[in-house]
Design a protein around this ligand. Sequence first.
Ligand code: AMP
Ligand code: ZN
Length: 663
Amino acid sequence: MTSEQQILSLRKELQVHNHRYYVLDHPTISDYEFDIKLKELQALEAAHPEYDDPNSPSRRVGGAVTKNFETIVHTHRMYSLDNSYSKEDLQDWKTRIKKLVDGEVQYICELKYDGASMSLTYENGELIKAVTRGDGFQGDNVTTNVKTIKSVPLKLTGDYPPLFDIRGEIVLPWDGFHAMNKEREALGLELYRNPRNTASGSLKLQDSAEVAKRPLDCLLYNITGNNLGIVTQMESLDKARAWGFKVPSVSKLCNSIDEVLDFVKHWDTARHDLPYETDGVVVKVNSLRQQEELGYTAKAPRWAIAYKFKAEQVSTRLREITYQVGRTGAITPVANLEPVELAGTTVKRASLHNADQIAKLDIREGDTVFVEKGGEIIPKIIAVDLTKRPADSVGTTYISDCPECHTTLVRKEGEAQHYCPNDSGCPTQIIGRIQHFISRKAMDIEGLGGETVALLVNEGLIANYADLYTLTVEDVLPLERMAQKSAENLVNGVQASTQIPFERVLFGLGIRYVGETVAKKLAKHYKNIEAIIAATQEELVAVNEIGEKIAESVVAFFTKAENHILIQRLQSYGVQLAISADKLANQTDVLAANTFVVSGVFEMPRNDLKKLIEDNGGKVGSSISSKTSYLVAGDKMGPSKRTKAEGLGVPIISEQQFLDMLV
Ligand code: AMP
Ligand code: ZN
């Protein structure tokens, strides 16, 4: 097989497996086998840029960055839908339709997926464009980002028309949404409110590699175009499925509005078990000929109507507003409610988010409030029932001092949240920080849990994470429910954590915005804590993927004297504050300030070669530019790379010449 044939066959194969996994939910090979094949394809593509294909399955990982999204006018306008809320509304709709068309009318019911609407354009079976709804007439070109969504087919199968648009909804399933929030929680970041906003926000991220990491899904429901040879909506759903699109199987053909209402009734409860959010049912006239006869109003099709599920809502009394302090000092106001049943759970509390939210709702203790559980996971207060406001009610004054330590709160310019600045003296922050330090992804201390940490702090045995290393069995034995064995386990667990690698220690320090990935980057780049402490904000920003906000936070952390003392103490207890010696043995700075582009096939695996570059201080670039220092050329490198390098005067070196640079 020639390389070209190999590339084409791998692409085909990966496309099939992708479809089985993400659309049919029925994989036939393991993730590992898939990865191997993908790596194989990536290597071949890198060696043969002449066979480039913007719709290759390898493009799913993203990488391209969009600074400004281009505006694109929709070929066919993207309409909104009229809403209905009752049986009567649906009957009225039916009466209007019957006046405008002849013959029997069949309806098709689909779920109304709650996400970001999207129009995809396919030409000759290839995805060429993905555009957001925007104002219905024109939207943003988000093709690069949408390509990373695995259930969006980049190439179609079967007898698709040469050119058409297909509309659907980009959604973020609950599982993925919760996983993303869990990660944010671990980083002490504000949680995403609901899947819909998170999904549409994701489409506007500038870095498509970030979008690729988000577990987005694309559900399709409508094909538009000319001369498509389709006669019913049901048929178009079947066809879309056959061409490779993800079309949910929930849809039902109905002969009467009563049947439609049965469907609505069923899904009003059953929707709570779906993997993604729905906010209603869309009822459409099934015959496309009748659809055409009915046409559109200024805003929406006459042939379809949305039936909105009622967001479950109750009213209850607000007993008290309390304030919570998070690990990073962020203050969250909480509404403590008279317990009330809502969507199958008892609600006692609701988040009020921040001072602005309280002011906006003019919410006061003693008020009767409306609580709703819509798409959000945490119930929210949507309004105050002013008719029930007690005569002696007084406006809410937001707290000015920390409820835990009474320090005056601060609020940074442009931020919604208030913070308690007393990180070293505020008990909740102290406990939260130590709990983060011992957590699984940080120091992973066996034999010590979150509750024990609180106990240790409250008993005055520890006040920071460095104190953990001074604990003895005798110290902890008197604690409640602490036996000899568990006391020993605790002390041994703390000792064992001195072997945890530097990058995880760095994550465990709890510097705001320094999550696992950032900690890894910093550890790798600076190699030890002294170098990080010495780094200025500008230097930090120069490190790949370290943003302003992170840099500022790192500098602020190390500006504090008490943090210096903590670090010194950790060091004296033997905690790893530098990359270990054997890791370092293979690392040098000889390639510092050089960017290498690697192309072709080499003696050693490509990834090893790239790792060598990075381990020795160099950077690996993806394409040749005037900034490239060297092109490392392997066998079978494409001619275009050579021409480009020569054109720009970039030196071309062999694998051996590269290795010689290292000694
Ligand atoms: P609205 O945004 O409330 O005007 O509702 C109209 C939107 O519902 C459409 O633009 C679509 O994005 C979305 N939608 C979700 N599911 C469907 C579906 N099955 N059929 C048609 N539109 C849908
Ligand atoms: Zn405080």
